[in-house]
Design a protein around this ligand. Structure first.
Ligand code: NAD
Length: 443
């Protein structure tokens, strides 16, 4: 690991008192604020969404993230962490400003940096000398340099510190990271940011700002590509009569390939991969160096999700009932998160809804946020969702869904077809209950 910024570590006595301002109390901001406070820093977390901050202050997290609430309560009780909506007031006393703001995709695939620049422009007049702006949002290359150019005070530093946490295991990922990438042209500024990660110094990877920004995009691009690969392999397995789970298992034994992100499923989604791959592809084209593998991975993912939708539609069309009931298990883009942004479940459900009529969709998810874009019933329990269902479609690998017994489905369903996009159920076990489990690459 590149752990040498070429300057000795700043001695404890001369270290700043670590007054950290985290802007944005979403999945990344809230986790960053809580975890930096738990490492020993003094943190204020600010969001312009008043309801979010009052919900946090009343002890209710606006997001579901295992372990986060307990750690938040501990750090608040230790007076290490507080919350506010007053960005300007807290900018005045901050020594570090962490930007954890949205960077959604624009129509042309590039990233919308308006949230970042708006906050940067608002706070810049109030920042003291030597403050460091640390960008954690996923941003296009050169954003750190653009933030730097917007500063009138030349002593303000800007560091790119992309975040790699995964929703569902965000606290662990933050506190036991594979790496903490710190991109800065100044070794002293880089080391000051590194010092905030108390006890995690051996995980720090120093580089320049553009390389840091690039590492984040390439990581997500690579992981998305790996998932697209295994899903394409699943479809190939169907064509040739191989079993994708056996094939993936055999591939994963090769340490050069590894098992991570080699699980076939309903395709990738979530708030990061879709926008980050499209931003990477758009930037690469713009720079005259197209990343064809990334472009194809996006296409492969879309086509995989369309194929799953077609499969369900085909099954629906075989049902003679007037109003076939489809039970959907899982809406969040993966287990252990409530996040439904660009969830494969919703994307595929939209495609199914466009291609069918008269179907009733009943869904169950233990945590997922409400979706306003589709007209379906949200059941209070898995049992209620599958009651009288003609087809069950499994989208998210929550333990509760994975552990549902074949007997339960056999007793409750009207039909006997389960489309299992997460490979949770044993075909043989379910077959004993006259249930037909269909998964891509296992037919
Ligand atoms: P989010 O939407 O959950 O949170 C962003 C927060 O910023 C929201 O609470 C919003 O109210 C707040 N905000 C917006 N404008 C503001 C302003 N002017 N002042 C104060 N607060 C403001 O987003 P997120 O999922 O936390 O992602 C943030 C960034 O981190 C994105 O660039 C994302 O790509 C990146 N990222 C996300 C993840 C992830 O798993 N969610 C992982 C790594 C990186």
């Amino acid at each position: 690991m590149n752990t040498e910024p070429n300057v000795p570590e700043i001695p404890q006595s001369t270290r700043p008192s670590n007054a950290v301002l985290v802007v944005g109390a979403g999945y990344v901001g809230l986790t960053t604020a809580v975890c930096l406070a738990s490492l020993g820093n003094f943190v204020v977390c600010v969001d312009n969404d008043k309801s979010k901050i009052s919900s946090i202050l009343s002890g209710v997290l606006p997001i579901y993230e295992p372990g986060l609430l307990d750690l938040l309560n501990t750090t608040v009780n230790e007076h290490k962490l507080s919350f506010s909506t007053d960005l300007i007031e807290h900018s005045k006393s901050a020594e570090y400003v962490f930007l954890c703001l949205p960077t959604p995709a624009l129509e042309d695939g590039t990233s919308d940096l308006s949230y970042i620049f708006q906050v940067v422009d608002e706070i810049s007049p109030y920042l003291s000398d030597d403050v460091i702006i640390v960008n954690k949002s996923t941003v296009p290359l050169n954003t750190a340099s653009q933030i730097r150019k917007r500063q009138s005070n030349p002593s303000v530093g800007v560091v790119s510190n992309p975040e790699f946490l995964r929703e569902g295991s965000a606290v662990n990922d933050f506190l036991q990271p594979s790496r903490i990438v710190i991109g800065s042209d100044s070794p002293i500024i880089a080391q000051r940011v590194a010092n905030l990660y108390i006890g995690l110094q051996d995980r720090i990877y120093f580089t320049d700002p553009i390389s840091a920004e690039c590492i984040k995009y390439m990581s997500n691009g690579f992981l998305a590509m790996k998932i697209s690969f295994i899903n394409e392999a699943a479809r190939f397995c169907d064509a040739v009569g191989a079993d994708i789970i056996d094939v993936a298992g055999g591939l994963a034994l090769d340490p050069r390939i590894g098992s991570a992100f080699l699980n076939p499923g309903p395709g990738w989604g979530g708030s990061c991969f879709p926008k980050d791959t499209s931003a990477l592809a758009a930037t690469a084209r713009y720079m005259g160096s197209p990343m064809l593998l990334i472009e194809e991975s996006i296409r492969a993912n879309n086509s995989h999700q369309t194929d799953i939708a077609k499969l369900v539609v085909e099954l629906v069309n075989r049902i003679s009932e007037d109003h076939p009931k489809i039970a959907v298990l899982g809406l969040s883009f993966k287990a252990n998160t409530d996040d439904i942004r660009v969830s494969p479940a919703l994307k595929i459900l939209h495609l199914i809804a466009q291609r069918t009529h008269n179907i009733q969709i009943h869904s169950y998810d233990p945590m997922a946020k409400q979706d306003e874009t589709l007209d379906f019933v949200r059941s209070q329990s898995l049992e209620l969702a599958i009651d009288g269902a003609d087809i069950v479609v499994v989208f998210t690998e929550w333990d509760e869904i994975a552990e549902a017994s074949p007997q339960l489905f056999a007793e409750r369903m009207r039909g006997n077809t389960i489309v299992d996009t997460r490979y949770l159920y044993s075909k043989d076990q379910f077959q004993k209950f006259n249930l037909n489990v269909i998964s891509v690459g296992k037919n």
